[in-house]
Write a protein that binds this ligand. Structure first.
Ligand code: ADP
Ligand code: MG
Length: 680
């Protein structure tokens, strides 16, 4: 048996844990001993000293011996359960809010002396203890100070302490996984010592101790290591080199009315090397909105097709799929066969497309996630491009990459810049190319905030811009009016704005029919309408060079990164561009700070970094949807130095390619996704 296996075993192994308790823990997603260890004590309870009833102090938490004598369980909601007790023959009550009768009867059996601990109150001439915790059933033994844990619902605090004590007693001396050098940075404290220490009392007081820092570092390193192992594994699989003439692209560049930026050229260069190499490509192109990622991906597609393979381009929305389809149909000559497959293509057409994919009669297929259904079979898929999919987690990316087969390269493009400290956490499984430069002709977008009551000013401003040849996006959080939310709805705003803009207003949202959507987008592109009212469907990727004003209603609803993305829909042409954020009421100080970040910066990386500092990392970039786990202890803002240290360590391990050594154990313990089972 390996020394770490005890930690991964089920809670059955712990003395004193029965099935009922196991069920309680399972409900809280605690399966193993290792899981349990991460629920840390929140404070120390001074339970060892019992206080005589005469010496109780109101407002303090104290322990007292008492006899329960009578239950009062009112059947009326909101009224607490009250248990009358005696202590040295004086009356005292125990009060329970939100506790089950069964639980109360268990911890306060009638006429049995018990010791309880809790906050002392005084009501109608009597002492009372609210939501007391049971300390002992008076088993004559001495009483210890207990630790207070947050997860004790359904268990007495005594029992929970006993369980943890049992668990800690049996923690094995794990063979150290860190090198000597590294361990010295934490004053050589072992994993076991550290765990024991953080269970000794309020762990937050240990913030700068070597014990806590070592555990935080272990957590970060394990997280990075999993991603890095996936990356190495993907690279180990050898594929056929893709061979193409690097000069073909220049012919296509001539069709563009702009010069590529150096960063775009670098990105194309990185990709060409990857396509050419025998290692599979698994690369992220990270570039702010409007940095010109589309063209980079199309050159990747071109090269792949010219080397005899098919390409799949996956985007998150129908609208974007259509836009990419039109753009690439114009960009490529007719020798490249392009099709659009979205959830809304009708049955017959779909069948035809599927057949043609199988027969290799389609070179480039563009679509939403519908592209990755089982029944879709490629004859010779050589490249998967995923656009704007920052919400994918490590697991999903790996699945996608597996799907393509061994010769298939993967290119992911993201427009959501993330703080540098989070890069490894989110994209550690990929090689990353950054596009930081914006195209030269980009104008800065001026950002303003306006109160909802000043809508007339906003309308006048918009009219002026339209008279100057501009176009307006008008974004609302809801499609239709909601009874629950007091937010602007696109449908209503559309009706409202018609009369102000000579009926040259369009409406688009996710629930509309695809032909209607298409028509509106075309009307907007061709300037048949001046104002496009929409929900956030326009958030991702869409490109309208003539639009130069974006008005965002209920702007406080969105995160900074999302607002920055929305704002990126304008400022793509040669006109001065504006973003107007509309608020219902005056802004709080914190909200003002956040909006100022947006006003003062047009750099997505910078914005995300500052936003993370204000809001914490969990809230930014929709991590919740991404499947990216939250850390238990680590925090990219507080522990930046440890993130950097871990990144360095990973680089060393990667150089040493096949030797994972004792870090294997670290992975085994910390990997909840069980990804590693099939990588090692
Ligand atoms: P994103 O990185 O947000 O996907 P796009 O690829 O949609 O950006 O590009 C935004 C707009 O900028 C498009 O109209 C595109 O044709 C144009 N564009 C791309 N690269 C350049 C460049 N180097 N110079 C000028 N315009 C460019
Ligand atoms: Mg894009």
């Amino acid at each position: 048996m390996q020394d770490y296996e005890y930690l991964l075993s089920s809670l059955n192994e712990v003395k004193g844990i029965g099935n009922k308790t196991i069920q309680l823990f399972l409900k809280k997603k605690i399966k193993t001993i290792f899981d349990l260890l991460w629920h840390l004590p929140i404070s120390k309870l001074e339970t060892s000293k019992t206080t005589d009833i005469k010496n109780l102090q109101i407002g303090k938490e104290q322990s007292i011996k008492l006899f329960p004598i009578k239950y009062n369980f009112p059947r009326i909601r909101n009224l607490p359960n009250r248990i009358n007790c005696l202590s040295s023959n004086e009356k005292i009550d125990c009060i329970f809010f939100n506790s089950y009768e069964g639980y109360i009867k268990k911890i306060l059996p009638i006429n049995k002396e018990v010791i309880v601990y809790g906050k002392i109150g005084f009501y109608k001439g009597k002492y009372q203890i609210t939501n007391p915790k049971l300390i002992s059933e008076n088993e004559d033994g001495s009483i210890k100070d207990l630790k207070n844990y947050s997860l004790t619902e359904g268990l007495t605090i005594t029992k929970y302490n006993k369980i943890i004590e049992e668990v800690l007693k049996r923690i094995p001396d794990l063979k150290e996984w860190h090198s000597k050098n590294l361990l010295e940075k934490f004053n050589n404290v072992s994993w076991k010592q550290s765990i024991e220490k953080i269970h000794s009392y309020d762990y937050k007081k240990l913030e700068n101790s070597d014990y806590l820092r070592r555990l935080i570092f272990d957590e970060i390193l394990a997280n990075f290591l999993i991603s890095s192992q996936i990356r190495l594994k993907i690279k180990k699989i050898k594929k056929k080199r893709k061979l193409f003439n690097k000069n073909i692209k220049f012919k296509y560049f001539q069709k563009l009315n702009f010069e590529l930026t150096n960063d775009q050229k670098n990105a194309i260069n990185d990709i060409e090397k990857d396509l050419n190499s025998r290692e599979r490509m698994f690369r992220l192109i990270q570039g702010d909105v409007g940095s010109g990622k589309t063209i980079v991906s199309l050159i990747a597609a071109l090269n792949t097709i010219k080397s005899g393979y098919q390409v799949a381009l996956m985007v998150p929305t129908e609208i974007l799929a259509r836009q990419h389809y039109f753009f690439s149909s114009n960009f490529f000559s007719s020798d490249i066969k392009i099709e659009l497959l979205s959830g809304k293509v009708d049955y017959l057409n779909r069948k035809k497309i599927i057949k043609n994919l199988e027969d290799n009669k389609i070179n480039l297929i563009i679509g939403t996630h519908a592209l990755f259904q089982k029944k879709i079979i490629f004859k010779k898929l050589g490249l998967i491009i995923i656009d704007e999919q920052h919400k994918f987690g490590v697991n999903q990316r790996k699945e996608l990459s597996d799907k393509g087969g061994n010769d298939c390269d993967v290119l992911v493009m993201s427009a959501t810049p993330i703080p540098r400290t989070m890069m490894m956490t989110v994209y550690g499984d990929m090689d990353v190319t950054l596009i930081k430069q914006k195209p030269k002709n980009r104008k800065e977008i001026k950002t303003y905030s306006k109160l909802d009551s000043k809508i007339d000013e906003v309308i006048n401003f918009a009219k002026k811009e339209i008279a100057n040849g501009g176009q307006i996006f008008w974004v609302c959080p809801l499609i239709e009016k909601s009874k629950k939310l007091d937010h602007q709805s696109a449908v209503e705003k559309y009706k409202f704005l018609q009369k102000y803009f000579n009926m040259r207003v369009g409406l688009i949202h996710g629930m509309m029919d695809k032909d209607d959507k298409n028509k509106i987008l075309n009307d907007f592109l061709k300037k048949k309408i001046d104002v496009l009212v929409s929900t956030t469907v326009i958030e991702v990727g869409i490109d309208f060079p003539k639009a130069n004003v974006i008005i965002i209603e209920n702007a406080n609803k969105y995160g900074l990164s999302q607002l920055h993305q929305l704002r990126g829909r304008v400022g793509r042409g040669d006109k001065n561009s504006f973003c107007i954020l509309i608020f219902k009421s005056h802004l709080s100080e914190n909200a003002k700070k956040r909006i100022n970040i947006l006003k003062n910066s047009n750099d997505g990386f910078d914005i995300s970094e500052q936003d993370m500092k204000l809001r914490g990392y969990g809230d930014i970039l929709g991590f919740k949807q991404s499947g990216i786990k939250k850390f238990k202890l680590a925090d990219p803002i507080l522990h930046r130095d440890l993130f950097d240290l871990a990144e360095n360590e990973i680089k060393k391990i990667e150089k040493n390619k096949s030797k994972l050594g004792d870090y294997y154990k670290l992975l085994k313990l910390y990997d909840r996704a069980s990804i590693i089972n099939d990588i090692i």
